[in-house]
Every structure is written in C-alpha cells, then in structure tokens.
Design a protein around this ligand. Structure first.
Ligand code: AMP
Ligand code: GLY
Length: 415
C-alpha cells in the first residue's frame, strides 16, 4: 500500500486528495498544508507549501511513495528537482520545464519557434520602447508581466491611457518585481482548458473544462481566480479536440524535449476558439483551479496508477464517467477585492464540496479563511441537471458572508 503526499491547500488539492482516496492502492495521504476539508481525507502537516527543504525533509522522513505538487510557485522553485535528487518519486515538471508558465516570454518564444498557434506578440524591458509600440498598436491590446503574478499580471488595455498606466506599473514601478512585459494581439472567442498528462513526448489528454473568471453573472465584474467551471464542453467538436492535440499540445511537448527541458506532469493549455482557429492564450505547468475540481470527479480509473505511470514513463489509463459536472465557487463577499475571514460555515459536510479556503478555528468551528472558500460540484446527465444539483448543494450551505454565480455553464445550455 502506498503513502502519498499532496502539496497545496486549495480546492484543486482537495480534488486530487479525494481522487487519491478512492485508489485501492493508497492507504495514507498527507497534505502540506491542506485545509479543513482535506483534513477529513488526509493528515495535514503544518509546513508552508513553498518551503521546499521542509517538504523534502518530510517526504524523506515519512518515506512517501509519491509526491504530487499543486501550486506553480512551488514547482517554479524546483521542488521536483529536489525530490528527485532525494530519490523520491514526484509528479510535476522540473524547475526548467516550469518556465512554460513562470515566463510568458519563454512560452511565447517557444510557440513562435515551433509554429504553435498563438497571438502575435513583442517583448519589452524598456518603458519608452513599449509605449512607442502600443501607440501604433490597435486597441484593445494585451499587456502581460513576464513572471508569476498570481493571475494578476495580465491587463487588457482599452486605450493608450490604460496601456501607459500598466506599462508604468510593470516596467517603472516594478509592481510584480523587476521584469519584462509581453504585449500581444487581442484575441476573441470562448476560452477553454485542456489539461494533459505529459511524459516527455507522450501526451495524454484529460477531459476538457471551462473556467469562469469574472466575479458576477453574465461575465460581469472584475477578474478572479475563477468562480466556477464545467466539464465536458459541448462547443468543442471532435475536430477541435484533434486540432488542439495535434497542433498545440503534442508539438509543445516535443518542443520542450527539443529545447532540453522535457515536461513531465500536467501541461495545462489555456486555449481560445477564435474565428481563425484555436490559439494558445497561456500554458500552465500544473493542474488548473477550479478546472481540476470538475474534471477529476469524472475520472473512473485509478489516479494513483496514472500518476505513477507518468513518473515511471509508462502509458496511463484514463477513463471517464459519461456525465456533466458543474462546480460553483462560494467566495467571501468583497472578493476579489478586500474581504473578511473567520465567518462560521454550517452544513458543508458533503462529499461534493471541495474546500478552497477554510480552517477550523479555536472554538472548533469551520470558518472562512480565504477569498474563495468552497466549491460545490453537481453531476448530471445534462448540464441543466448538473447545475440543479450544484445549486441545491450551494443552497444547503449556511454562511452569512459568501456569494456565488448562478450561471456557470449557462452559455452552453441556455438557448
Ligand atoms: P493569462 O494569465 O495569460 O491566462 O491571461 C488571463 C486572461 O486574460 C485570459 O484568461 C484571457 O481571458 C485574457 N487574455 C490573455 N491573453 C489574451 C489575448 N491575447 N487576447 C484576449 N484575451 C486575453
Ligand atoms: N483556472 C485557471 C488556472 O488554473 O490558471
């Protein structure tokens, strides 16, 4: 029987831990740091998820059979390299391969070199040169900080004033740190997420999902880390899937091998179905959040076996329940702006709820502990049914400081 350590403490990691808990081969699960929901399925260990040395020491001391890493920041620090050096099997990319997410510039240059469809772009580290370029570019234009910025490093500038302010923030005031910017062509169309298990050149797709980034219904309000997701996607045809695999995901894996930075782990393609074909918006080097929380509940094969297959260079078995899932985020009022924590949550004891930001307080109560707090997943034979089930789970939860969207997946099922 296997001992597995999962690094991270959000809804994504709760979904990974939940899937691992269903494996007949796994009998002990640890989470660093985990959360109050994960604690029901795993032993949570109070180590920071960016404390690479602490995590490696723990994995060695407990002689875990496998480590699965959720957050990109931990991957970009090189945790997989360190675990591998210590002789511990770990699922995820090396520090060099994590560059595909950690540096927008690296990802864009790779796509240019290997002819992988993406928005046209230019890279700048000089404020004045960048400003001259946007003066002659059409609006809206997209300005991206070249580094990890917790999802906040992308600005869609509608006019020169907005572009100028963004360039000042990123290049003169170093708002996210000292770095470059990528300025790219604005693309339009529905976005979708294609996560693939990748072992060097071999690429195995998971089922697709769509995130909903805006805070409020009808895609209004500010961008967030994601307010809900659903899977699979009726607007993606078989031809679209084939194109996304053959023109984007497989060539990208091959390109990484060719560049001497083979990718192992989950390669996440953030793709857009534009009128001129499917194009890459971004790559991530990890499971998506909240996409993972609607995709993994549909997995019927053993996830531990699949992780081990990728780590050992074998073909994983991935099979899926033929159903729809819709997941709704319950977020703290005020999110993604400022919000308060510590509100008591009742009636959230349900296998279909993943915890994103919760903890048990000193009185033993489950309380809110983040911007995004809970994620309720409904399943059904149709998207309408999945939505009804998700909403009924949401309605049972008692907490006075949470809000949620009511239209996750609606574009796909409302005529
Ligand atoms: P990223 O962090 O690169 O995924 O960007 C965050 C969000 O900005 C994406 O999910 C898109 O909605 C939007 N975005 C990024 N690049 C573009 C683009 N070239 N055209 C239109 N929207 C974009
Ligand atoms: N759902 C977007 C992300 O995981 O980056």
């Amino acid at each position: 029987m296997a001992k597995v350590l999962v690094v991270g403490g959000g809804g994504r990691e709760h979904a990974i831990v939940h899937a691992l808990s269903k494996s007949a081969k796994v009998d002990e699960i640890y989470a660093i740091p985990g959360n109050a929901g994960i604690a029901k399925l795993a032993m949570c260990v109070n180590i920071k998820d960016n404390d690479v040395e602490g995590i490696v020491d723990f994995a060695k001391a407990e002689a875990v059979d496998l480590v699965v890493v959720g957050p990109e920041a931990t991957l970009a620090l090189g945790i997989i390299d360190e675990l591998t050096k210590a002789g511990i099997k770990a699922f995820g990319p090396t520090k060099s391969a994590a560059m595909i997410e950690a540096s927008k510039n690296f990802a864009k240059e790779l796509m240019l070199k290997y002819d992988i469809p993406t928005a046209r772009f230019e890279v700048f580290n000089d404020y004045k040169e960048a400003l001259e370029y946007v003066k002659i570019s059409p609006f809206p234009t997209v300005i991206k900080y070249d580094g990890l910025a917790q999802g906040k490093g992308v600005v869609i500038a509608n006019n020169l004033k907005e572009a100028d302010e963004t360039l000042k923030d990123m290049l003169l005031d170093d708002k996210f740190g000292h770095g470059k910017v990528v300025i790219e062509e604005y693309l339009e169309g529905p976005e979708f997420s294609l996560m693939c298990f990748v072992d060097g050149v071999n690429v195995y797709p998971l089922e697709m999902a769509q995130d909903h980034k805006r805070a409020y219904d009808n895609d209004l309000g500010p961008n967030t880390g994601g307010m809900g997701a659903y899977s699979p996607l009726p607007f993606i045809t078989e031809d679209d899937s084939k194109y996304a695999m053959e023109k984007i995901m497989i060539p990208t894996a091959k390109a990484m091998v060719n560049e001497g930075v083979p990718f192992k782990g989950v390669l996440y393609g953030g793709l857009m179905k534009t009128k001129k074909g499917i194009k890459v918006i971004e790559f991530n080097c990890r499971f998506g959040d909240p996409e993972t929380e609607v995709v993994l509940p549909r997995l019927t094969s053993d996830i531990y076996d699949a992780f081990m297959a990728i780590v050992d260079g074998n073909k994983p078995v991935l099979s899926w329940e033929k159903c729809y899932t819709i997941g709704i985020v319950l977020a703290s009022k005020g999110y993604p702006g400022s919000y308060q924590k510590g509100y008591v949550i009742n009636n959230a004891d349900n296998e279909n709820i993943y915890h994103m930001g919760t903890k048990i307080d000193e009185n033993g109560n489950l309380v809110t502990n983040g911007g995004r707090v809970l994620f309720a997943v409904g399943k059904g034979d149709t998207l309408e049914e999945a939505n009804k089930n998700a909403i009924s789970i949401v309605n049972e939860i008692e907490c006075e400081n949470l809000f949620h969207r009511t239209d996750i997946g609606a574009k796909a099922y409302r005529k």
